[in-house]
Design a protein around this ligand. Structure first.
Ligand code: E4P
Length: 216
């Protein structure tokens, strides 16, 4: 499993990128709006930080306008991936963009049937939302397992991005299931790094070393 960071905040993206663990970025209209900055400017800055797929989402709900927005966004940088909502219009736009060689990430996937349709429309990535399913009392990780199995059995090349990640268990379980990518907020990346026994171990090593008055 590879990791993308799920934010439009360039400071967070820099911090995660410096850790050396992320190889892509996903944004969405809510994350962009939170930054209070020009959309194109933010996306451009992100492409200068991470050298990998950067998802930027269209706002229009009608496929011809989605395609127009996608073409504008894809001019920003070769790494831009167009995020398209999972609707009938979104599928049409995905098909057109795929025929033009523009990469897409079909988002707001909440069922395996939706993922399968997006893949058949030519999506490069699908983004099933684990946390939002958990929030309504459904098992988000079961959806990941189902999609990964279906793509595997049918030799579908569309990659699965586990989205709406809320905790490290979402990430490790999805990795066991064979999901290609998890897009993870910085907070969860930090939770993944930490273990109290690691901190305790370092504290003890330092104490023992200093007690023995050794030099490096
Ligand atoms: C993914 O691409 C989405 O931007 C994101 O994971 C949504 O997460 P949320 O449910 O925490 O808003």
């Amino acid at each position: 499993m590879r990791f993308f960071i799920d934010t439009a905040n360039v400071e967070e993206i820099r911090e995660a990128n410096d850790l050396g663990v992320v190889c892509g970025v996903t944004t969405n209209p809510s994350l962009i709006a939170k930054e209070g900055r020009d959309f194109i400017e933010v996306v451009k800055e992100i492409t200068s930080i991470v050298d990998g797929p950067i998802s930027a989402e269209v706002i229009s709900l009608e496929h011809e306008n989605m395609v127009k927005e996608a073409e504008k966004l894809s001019q920003i940088h070769k790494n831009i991936v167009i995020k398209i909502p999972m609707t009938a219009e979104g599928l049409k736009a995905t098909k057109i963009l795929s025929s033009k060689g523009i990469k897409t990430n079909v988002t707001l996937i909440f069922s395996a049937a939706q993922a399968l349709l997006a893949a058949r429309a030519g999506a490069t990535y699908v983004s099933p939302f684990v946390g939002r399913l958990d929030d309504i009392g459904q098992n988000g990780l079961e959806l990941i397992e189902e999609i990964v199995d279906i793509f595997d059995v049918n030799a579908i090349e569309t990659q699965v991005i586990v989205a709406s990640v809320r905790n490290p268990i979402h990430v490790t379980q999805a990795a066991r299931m064979g999901a290609d990518i998890a897009t993870v907020p910085l907070k969860v990346i930090k939770q993944m790094m930490k273990h109290p026994l690691t901190d305790k171990g370092i504290e003890n090593f330092i104490k023992d070393w200093e007690g023995a008055s050794l030099q490096l």
